[in-house]
Ligand binder design. Structure first.
Ligand code: A3P
Length: 292
């Protein structure tokens, strides 16, 4: 059974958000960034937590004891987060030590202007649309912050129609891709991280202007592997109470693979999805791998 959820989604500048995030959005728009902030941006379920753990470990020089000082959602506050009875992402960021790491799922056109005024660096992580659909479905089943997804075919239809929280995967990945040369944006892919994590970590290091010994880079590769993060309570969301995230329904660190969509899409769903995908991606040179 899914977690009980009465969440409804509300459009803000055309983007569907949870009610509470929507109510607080004016505060997000007014957020004051700093030049030493680093943003980790992604559509939901594209590898934000993984990338956040990598960046925090880089800032800790690979010291896992330091990196385990707090849960990932406190080490890297979620910019637009707003849940009643908890400090908002903005409150957390305003109280955070510098330099701050900032998580967001916003499409580029809704990023607070201050990030661009302060020329802040952004690492954008993208993941193929089919694996995101599956991962997002399971998040809806286990998280009370998300609306009830209904059965898989209903959820997939809503996802394709952008009738989910954060609306269209297509608009999010394309929007950031098109503007990647206009700002300090490093655009990386989940599939590349799976295939060769060391190579992608080195790209992140270079982008952040940091140098590190091979031994520390190897240590970060190890500490951010799926198996180690799944076991790390400061990275796997197990510190969130069960009524908000029921990990007996589906763990936050679920499978961490490329191609799980093959276990969920029927042949007909796949054909229909591919046809729609071709149309929606016809205007971009952005390409994804759905298997590695
Ligand atoms: P799955 O549900 O496919 O397993 P986000 O952090 O953006 O919400 O993304 C969550 C997805 O990233 C989940 O995908 C999760 O398992 C996966 N993930 C998290 N850490 C990972 C890691 N170290 N290696 C591979 N995948 C990881």
């Amino acid at each position: 059974m899914d977690v009980a959820s009465s969440q409804t989604l509300v459009p803000v500048h055309g983007l569907l958000l949870t009610e509470h995030i929507a109510e607080n959005f004016e505060n997000v728009e007014k957020f004051q960034a700093r030049p030493d902030d680093v943003v980790i941006a992604a559509y939901p379920k594209c590898g934000n937590t993984w990338t956040s753990e990598i960046v925090d470990l880089i800032y800790c020089d690979g010291d896992e004891v330091k990196a385990r000082r707090d849960a990932i959602y406190n080490r890297v506050p979620f910019l637009e987060l707003c849940v009643p009875g908890m400090p908002s992402g903005i409150d957390q960021l305003n109280a955070a030590a510098f330099p701050r790491l900032v998580k967001t799922h916003l499409p580029i056109h809704l990023m607070p202007a201050s990030f661009w005024e302060k020329d802040v660096k952004v690492i954008y992580v993208a993941r193929n649309a089919k694996d995101v659909a599956v991962s997002y479905y399971y998040l809806h089943k286990m998280s009370s912050a998300m609306p009830d997804p209904g059965p898989w075919d209903v959820f997939l239809d809503n996802y394709v129609k952008a009738n989910v929280c954060y609306s269209s995967w297509y608009d999010n990945v394309k929007g950031w891709w098109e503007k990647r040369h206009d700002h300090k944006i490093l655009y990386i892919f989940y599939e590349d991280m799976k295939e060769n994590p060391k190579k992608e970590i080195k790209k992140i290091l270079q982008f952040l202007g940091k140098e590190m010994s091979e031994a520390i880079v190897d240590k970060i590769v190890y500490l951010t592997s799926f198996e180690v993060m799944k076991d790390n309570d400061m990275a796997n969301y197990k510190t969130i109470p069960t009524e908000f995230m029921n990990q007996t329904i589906s763990p936050f660190m679920r499978k961490g693979i490329v191609g799980d969509w093959k276990n969920h899409f029927t042949v007909a769903q796949n054909e229909q999805f591919d046809e729609d995908y071709k149309r929606k991606m016809a205007d971009t040179d952005l390409h994804f791998r759905t298997e590695i």
